[in-house]
Design a protein around this ligand. Structure first.
Ligand code: F6P
Length: 319
């Protein structure tokens, strides 16, 4: 393969720039031409495409966000637009595309691959919701951002002897809440994978109060089937302790990527390029038990993420 494209799609994630850099520099090292596609599939449809040289990706390794910009393309859900995207690739002579993004972006990539364009998926989403890989680029940085917030919130929460609910991102996957709940010492962790039992939540908070805990901390994923403000109200009524809600929102998506995310981005993106160079059919690159792996793209998007039940249970024991 002589000419490849790279795009970032869906929610941005810290480390996407490190992945773009790796695609460009690994591609050039293999004698390929690398084209940057702006605003994800939107830019592909519009032909917003430009060749990237080694210097184009200088000084971006440490930057959050994505220099290629990103978008959630509505048009790309329609057959005729996907056909148009494949034609755009042909017009630009692009034979393979590295798609850096999450579940939705991979599904789009799979559709493109059915039209003769080889697509390599590189996992980039703070939600960590892709089933075939243990970690996605951006998750570690976001988790550390949340951990910093928990540390700050603990000060005020304990001073006022309150219950504080921190609602973190994660529409379908509770990993951000689960990992930071364990590492941040939450009393209760609420994730989309486990139905909310409000009596159980109250029981845990009351148990903490009775055992002398100055305050209670609840880590809740946004995808949980309950409103965090509503939960705070119920807890105030049932536990006789003030409750507050904190929603950090997009703060979780920004910031300089952690070492782990930069490394994951560099390794997976470079691997994706080598697969294209070898003319391998479309795959998704990820990491399993510390090793860089790749799986068939079609299979990757069907793989459901396994919920870490033992981690969830341990967090309950340690709370
Ligand atoms: O990046 C994933 C995610 O952060 C989700 O957790 C969240 O629901 C969504 O993106 C929101 O993104 P946007 O508002 O940019 O579409």
């Amino acid at each position: 393969m002589k000419r490849i494209g790279v795009l970032t799609s869906g929610g941005d994630a810290p480390g996407m720039n490190a992945a773009i850099r790796a695609v460009v520099r690994q591609g050039i090292a293999l004698g390929m031409e690398v084209y940057g596609i702006r605003r994800g599939y939107e830019g592909l449809l519009d032909g917003d495409i430009e060749e990237l040289k080694s210097h184009s990706v200088g000084d971006i390794l440490q930057r959050g966000g994505t220099i290629l910009r990103t978008a959630r393309s509505k048009r790309f859900h329609e057959e005729e637009w996907i056909d148009h995207a494949a034609k755009m690739c042909q017009t630009f002579g692009i034979e393979g595309v590295v798609v850096i993004g999450g579940e939705g972006s991979f599904k789009g990539g799979y559709e493109l691959s059915k039209r003769g364009i080889t697509v390599m998926g590189v996992p980039g989403t703070i939600d960590n919701d892709l089933g075939y890989t243990d970690f996605s680029i951006g998750f570690d940085t976001a988790a550390n951002t949340i951990l910093g917030l928990i540390t700050n919130i603990r000060d005020t929460s304990s001073s006022h002897e309150r219950t504080t609910i921190i609602e973190v991102m994660g529409r379908h996957c509770g990993d951000l809440a689960l990992y930071t709940g364990l590492s941040g010492g939450a009393d209760v962790i609420l994730v989309p994978e486990v139905p909310v039992d409000i009596n159980e939540v109250c029981r845990k908070v009351l148990k903490g109060q009775r055992s002398g805990k100055a305050h209670s901390l609840i880590l809740m994923a946004e995808g949980v089937d309950m409103d965090s403000a509503e939960l705070a109200k119920i807890l105030e009524d049932m536990t006789a302790r003030e409750a507050r809600t904190v929603v950090p929102g997009y703060i979780q998506r920004g910031g300089s990527p952690s070492e782990k995310d930069r490394r994951l981005a560099s390794l997976t993106a470079a691997k994706a390029v080598r697969l294209l160079y070898d003319d391998t059919p479309s795959r998704a690159v990820g990491v399993q038990e510390g090793e860089v792996v790749s799986v068939d793209l079609g299979e990757a998007i069907l793989m459901k993420r396994e919920f870490k039940k033992s981690m969830y249970e341990l967090a309950e024991v340690l709370a």
